[in-house]
Design a protein around this ligand. Structure first.
Ligand SMILES: Nc1nc2c(ncn2[C@@H]2O[C@H](COP(=O)(O)OP(=O)(O)O)[C@@H](O)[C@H]2O)c(=O)[nH]1
Ligand SMILES: [Mg+2]
Length: 290
């Protein structure tokens, strides 16, 4: 079974009655893509591109049209490097996003992957808003066999990050994965908090490789796109982690996000277990939904 087999196919009905790529087909395709949460603009553009390709390449049968549709969607998602830059020791990765999207869980899963690749990984419990948040990260640290730096509830996230970076340097940690609180979607707060964290990284680890990953819940569909726009304006995102792709028919949001924000999706989550997150592969993904 492929990683994306838990995704729902979005085009089954569309191609079941396929006879030719005529106007009726393109109209139905547009509707299907909108329902799958590509959003109006991205759906229209995908259909436009497919139409042009069908005409130019004189495509007729179902398999040819399907393959062309897959190519169009894969190309739309090709907006940048999907690998993380972890080229320095330490490298620092910030995980941001609203409550409940899967930040802490994703840190656990990514930590476990990096650990298995032989890296020394340290989690930074930067969500100090609730004591339970650090407890949850601690459980993931044990599961993933990663180190953890935490403080008391209500501590300054900047102080926790400072401690984590000190520890990382002293222990020759390869990657620091930093959790953040989800209550920062007020733009001014978010900007101030991220600027502060960024300054601490600059001071403690000048020139280090960094990622700022926005975690989004795929089941929230177009709402996720709105969140992503706000975060993009304020946070200097380097990538997206899309969680909860398992069992949703709204997986098309991946395509809308990549195309409209120009930020690559770097990881996808399809469940709650340690193994349920992988580097995002656009080709595998499109083959699972089309
Ligand atoms: N089905 C599914 N659930 C997920 C996935 N990622 C996270 N979750 C669940 O979403 C809930 C919130 O996750 P959490 O990491 O605490 O979110 P945070 O508030 O952003 O840190 C938890 O119950 C997770 O198990 C995923 O890819 N698929
Ligand atoms: Mg959390």
């Amino acid at each position: 079974m492929g990683f994306f087999d838990k995704l729902k196919k979005i085009t089954t009905n569309l191609f079941s009655g396929f006879s030719e790529a005529d106007e009726a087909f393109f109209e139905e395709l547009e509707e299907t893509l909108i329902l799958a949460d590509l959003g109006m603009d991205t759906a229209l553009e995908a259909v436009e591109q497919l139409r042009a390709r069908v005409r130019r390449e004189k495509l007729h049968d179902q398999e040819e049209v399907k393959a062309a549709l897959r190519d169009v969607l894969v190309e739309m998602m090709d907006v940048g490097d999907t690998a993380m830059d972890l080229s320095t020791q330490p490298s620092v990765v910030l995980f941001i996003g609203v409550n409940g999207v899967g930040k802490t869980t994703s840190i656990g899963k990514i930590g476990s992957r990096l650990k298995k690749e032989g890296k020394r990984v340290l989690f930074c419990a930067g969500d100090t808003f609730r004591a339970a948040a650090a407890d949850q990260l601690e459980i993931w640290a044990q599961r993933a066999e990663c180190e953890l730096v935490r403080q008391h509830e209500g501590a300054d996230p900047g102080a926790v990050l400072f401690d984590a970076l000190q520890a990382a340097k002293a222990r020759h940690v390869d990657v620091v994965l930093c959790d953040t609180a989800g209550r920062l979607h007020n733009k001014a707060n978010l900007m101030a908090e991220l600027a502060k964290l960024s300054k601490i990284i600059d001071r403690e680890c000048p020139g280090c490789a960094r990622e700022t990953l926005l975690v989004l819940d795929a089941t929230t569909g177009q709402n996720g796109l709105i969140q992503a726009r706000t975060f993009k304006e304020t946070a200097g995102l380097t990538g997206i982690i899309l969680t909860k792709l398992d069992g949703t028919a709204k997986g098309g949001i991946v395509i809308a996000i990549a195309r409209e924000l120009g930020v690559p999706v770097k990881f996808a989550g399809v469940g709650e277990g340690l193994e349920d997150l992988k580097p995002f592969d656009a080709r595998d993904y499109v083959e699972a939904i089309i």
